[in-house]
Every structure is written in structure tokens, then in C-alpha cells.
Design a protein around this ligand. Structure first.
Ligand code: ADE
Length: 370
């Protein structure tokens, strides 16, 4: 018999190799608060490599929180274990679960030092280099030219695919988890990490497309693993070194272990303006509803962090969408980019593109860019 989807996440086992002692963690400043908990910056001794201190992010529930918050973080931890590693998700580094009976739980993840892309875009608006010409074409030769889309030989989708589908959880002889992003310089080329940008703070159309491509890559990986995110928004996309972006906050995520759709039972706080029409109407979630949210992310990215539907109160949104209302082309998109958003917002979920389609479509914008 089909299991309730809420229950299926409990079938994901905890893996003891992730257990990491609390006394090797030095908590720092608060970075933010997610759906169910608080995130702190921290220093951890030996979590990535023996005798090396790494900066990490620690997610935990507020002391004295309701046990449902602890359970939500356990679900998130198990989903991260099930997911394995991908360069475009915030990867799990370890967890402290030993004191779970006292409702104490810590989840250790990669630290992304530039924070979420929403705030990053808003802060860098004045340095934006618009590479869309008056007639709507992309011109990457115009200022702020980024080098090498995916490798030294130009665009090579096969190479990119091969090198990003590293879903294995690698450990060295001592059982320490590798941090692949830092250790594999060949990966840097694929996202053309450009240290210049850090100095100039420049942000270009090329970067926006590059981020969009990477979010689609991370989401394709989630979809393959039958995980739906449920809260895709630029506030949940983090920027790391080398222009790499990572999807985070799996607090709303669900495992689709026994069906491709998930009907959410309870309400709670909902990210209404990012939600698909069927999620708003019937609480139905699927990879296709994540695709809708991806369309909203594109709109946020190509407006450099504007608020979606600024003139529509959340309670009127469903009615407006059912009447066929959609957001207009954002300031920094061209008609080709805008069309991708519109495809993501098709009323019928099955007619929306897949994340694989989206990778293809966005990848095509880099063609000929050397
Ligand atoms: N804010 C929330 N999670 C974070 C992370 N992993 N890195 C940096 N800032 C964060």
C-alpha cells in the first residue's frame, strides 16, 4: 500500500558517519532564520579535513522549541542525507544528534560567504552591467566579459554534465568528508570564477544567466532524487566562491517516495507568491510546482531582487492567476528569457518545461560565448 508521503521521510535512515561532536564547533554570529530554525556561522575543527578548521553554517532549533520543529529539522537532515552531494546544493557536512532526547539537534552545512542572492542583487544593483542590447540581444563582449562558460574550450554540455553529477558522498581514508568545490580547480572553470568581480563588485547579465543555469542544475538533481523543494525563492539560493550558487533550506522539502504529487495536509506559513496555481488551489505539490517557483526565481533574478506581484495582495493572487494574469517582463530580461518564465507559469503542470529542458534553454544563451 502507498505510504503517506509525510511518513516516507521517516524511512530514510540516519547515517552515523555524519555524527560530529559538538565540542569541536565554535558558534559565531547568527546568519539568519529559516522556516523552522536559526542558522549560525561557526568554526569547526576537522569537519572537512583532519586538523583543518573550516567555516561552516549550523542550523538548529531555538531552545525550548516545540518538538514539531525538532522533527522538521530531522526531516531536513534526512532529506540532505538522501540527496547526497551536488555542487549546486548546500551540502551536509555533519550533524549532532546525540542529545536529541533533550530536543537538541545541530545540522552542519557548507558556509556560503556571500549570503543569499536576493540580498546580494539588491546590494549590487548600482554595479550592474546590463549586457542586453537595445534590440534585445545578448552581448557578452560589452564590458564585464566573463571568461570560459563551462571550461577552457568553451561550452561543452557533456563535460559539464559529467562533472556535476557527482552524487556520491565521498570520504577519505579517515572517513572525513571532502569539500569538492574547494579541492577541484577544474570545476572553477565551469562557472568561470572571476576574482576580478569580487574587487569590482560588478554583476552582469552573464552572471544572472549563470546563476539561473546553476539553480536549474541543482533542481534537476533534486527532481532525479524525487525530492521536491517546496520553497524555491532567491532568499534560499546562496552565493559561494567562484560564482557558484547553491540551493538551501530544505525545511519545506518532501520526499516523493510513493507518489509524484504531494498533497500538503496542513497550512502554516506559505510562500504564496512563489507557489504554483495548483498548490494555491488544491495544495498539490510536485516537481512541476517547483518549476513554477523556478519561473518566479527567474523573474526575481532578472529584476535584481524585486518583490513579485507588488500590487497584488496575497489573498487575491489565486483569483488573478486563474484569470490568466502573469507578471510582465522584468527590467533586465529580454523576450527570450521572459518566454522561459511564461512557460514555467503554464496553468497545466504537465505542459511546463522540465528542469532538463530549462538547463538546455538557459545553456543556449551561452552558445558562441567564448
Ligand atoms: N544563511 C543561511 N544558511 C547559510 C549558509 N549555509 N551560508 C551562509 N549564509 C547562510
Amino acid at each position: 500500500p502507498d505510504l503517506e508521503i509525510e511518513e516516507s521521510v521517516h524511512l530514510i535512515p540516519y547515517n552515523k558517519k555524519f555524527e560530529f561532536p559538538k565540542n569541536k564547533i565554535k558558534l559565531g554570529i547568527q546568519l539568519g532564520s529559516g522556516a523552522f530554525g536559526i542558522v549560525y556561522k561557526a568554526e569547526a575543527d576537522g569537519i572537512i579535513k583532519k586538523n583543518v578548521t573550516s567555516t561552516i553554517a549550523v542550523k538548529m532549533v531555538k531552545p525550548g522549541s516545540d518538538s514539531s520543529y525538532v522533527n522538521a529539522l530531522i526531516s531536513e537532515l534526512k532529506i540532505m542525507i538522501h540527496l547526497g552531494r551536488h555542487v549546486n546544493i548546500v551540502n551536509l557536512l555533519g550533524a549532532y544528534t546525540r542529545n536529541i532526547n533533550e530536543r537538541e539537534l545541530m545540522v552542519f552545512v557548507e558556509y556560503c560567504r556571500f549570503g543569499n542572492i536576493h540580498d546580494y542583487m539588491v546590494d549590487h544593483r548600482k554595479y550592474f552591467v546590463d549586457q542586453i542590447t537595445a534590440d534585445g540581444h545578448l552581448n557578452f563582449n560589452y564590458k564585464a566579459k566573463s571568461k570560459n562558460p563551462y571550461n577552457e574550450n568553451g561550452f561543452d554540455k557533456k563535460y559539464a554534465l559529467k562533472n556535476h553529477d557527482r552524487n556520491d558522498t565521498e570520504t577519505d581514508e579517515d572517513g572525513y568528508l571532502f569539500s569538492d568545490v574547494i579541492d577541484k580547480p577544474e570545476l572553477r572553470y565551469q562557472y568561470f570564477g572571476d576574482y576580478e568581480k569580487e574587487k569590482t563588485k560588478e554583476l552582469s547579465t552573464h552572471d544572472l544567466l549563470c546563476w539561473s543555469f546553476q539553480v536549474a542544475r541543482g533542481m534537476e538533481y533534486l527532481a532525479e532524487k524525487k525530492i521536491l523543494h517546496g520553497d524555491l525563492a532567491t532568499r534560499n539560493i546562496l552565493l559561494a566562491d567562484d560564482n557558484i550558487v547553491k540551493i538551501c533550506d530544505f525545511g519545506f522539502s518532501k520526499s516523493m517516495y510513493s507518489s509524484d504529487n504531494y498533497e500538503k495536509k496542513s497550512e502554516g506559513l506559505l510562500p504564496v507568491k512563489w507557489m504554483a496555481i495548483e498548490s494555491l488551489q488544491d495544495r498539490i505539490y510536485s516537481t512541476q510546482s517547483d518549476v513554477w517557483s523556478f519561473g518566479i526565481i527567474l523573474w526575481e533574478i532578472f529584476s535584481l531582487g524585486a518583490v513579485p506581484y507588488p500590487d497584488i495582495p496575497a489573498m487575491n493572487l489565486l483569483m488573478k492567476l486563474k484569470e490568466g494574469h502573469r507578471m510582465t517582463q522584468p527590467s533586465y530580461a529580454n523576450p527570450d528569457i521572459y518566454n522561459i518564465m511564461l512557460e514555467c507559469w503554464n496553468e497545466e503542470p504537465m505542459t511546463r518545461p522540465s528542469f532538463t529542458d530549462l538547463i538546455d534553454w538557459i545553456g543556449n544563451f551561452f552558445q558562441g560565448d567564448e
